[in-house]
Design a binder for this molecule. Structure first.
Ligand SMILES: *[C@@H]1O[C@H](CO)[C@@H](O)[C@H](O)[C@H]1NC(C)=O
Ligand SMILES: *[C@@H]1O[C@H](CO)[C@@H](O)[C@H](O)[C@H]1NC(C)=O
Length: 183
């Protein structure tokens, strides 16, 4: 009895804390995403969405846009980062250089895909947005896998590829919830 009323108090306080901070939607959204996709880390999700501008006032539709905008900024940033790495390519192993060139191509295509995804999403064409975001996630996976083809090499892009992939999975999960909600 005492234990359960104690748990209830904690529960009520957590709810109060969460809603006072306007984070309950981010919390719920990330909980759903991390349950739906084993690749989504709950902490990564909440940290990413909370840090994004205006995310605290956003409804679920708005959070979807926030996540797609993060994808666009991330792929743009990653392409730039790869370009910098390739500038110093004299010091690079030819295998690493070839992988980076492939990744550069993949991320160059991912930028227009992310812009298209924003347009599709705004127009509520979730099927199209889904295809475009999936293609960006494939690009991140393909880039990362390239480095695994030869033993003894470590991808310098693991963190960035992983972030792109996870943000994609979050966006897909939000669209999934939106579609299920409207049916
Ligand atoms: C990329 O995504 C991470 C994780 O969401 C975020 O913290 C970071 O600000 C993004 N990078 C850019 C350049 O937007
Ligand atoms: C969600 O927020 C957007 C603006 O970001 C607004 O246009 C839309 O009407 C809101 N949806 C609901 C269901 O409140």
């Amino acid at each position: 009895m005492r234990f359960s009323s104690f748990s209830l108090t904690i529960f009520v306080f957590s709810l109060l804390f969460l809603s006072i901070n306007g984070q309950d939607l981010i919390y719920d959204t990330c909980k759903t995403s991390s349950q739906q996709s084993p690749n989504v880390d709950f902490l990564f999700c909440t940290t990413s969405l909370q840090a994004a501008p205006a995310s605290h006032c956003a409804n679920l539709t708005g959070l979807g846009m926030v996540s797609i905008r993060l994808i666009k900024d991330n792929v743009t940033d990653t392409r730039c980062y790869i370009k910098q790495l390739l500038k110093n390519s004299a010091k690079l192993d030819p295998f690493v250089k070839a992988c980076l060139n492939d990744c550069f191509e993949l991320y160059s295509d991912a930028i227009p895909d992310s812009k298209q995804a924003m347009k599709s999403y705004s127009a509520k064409r979730y099927f199209d947005a889904n295809v475009q975001i999936s293609s960006i996630m494939d690009a991140a996976t393909t880039c990362e896998d390239g480095f695994k083809e030869k033993k003894g090499f470590v991808s310098p892009l693991t963190k960035k590829n992983d972030a792109t992939f996870q943000l994609g999975a979050i966006a897909l999960s939000i669209m999934n919830s939106l579609q299920n909600g409207s049916k």
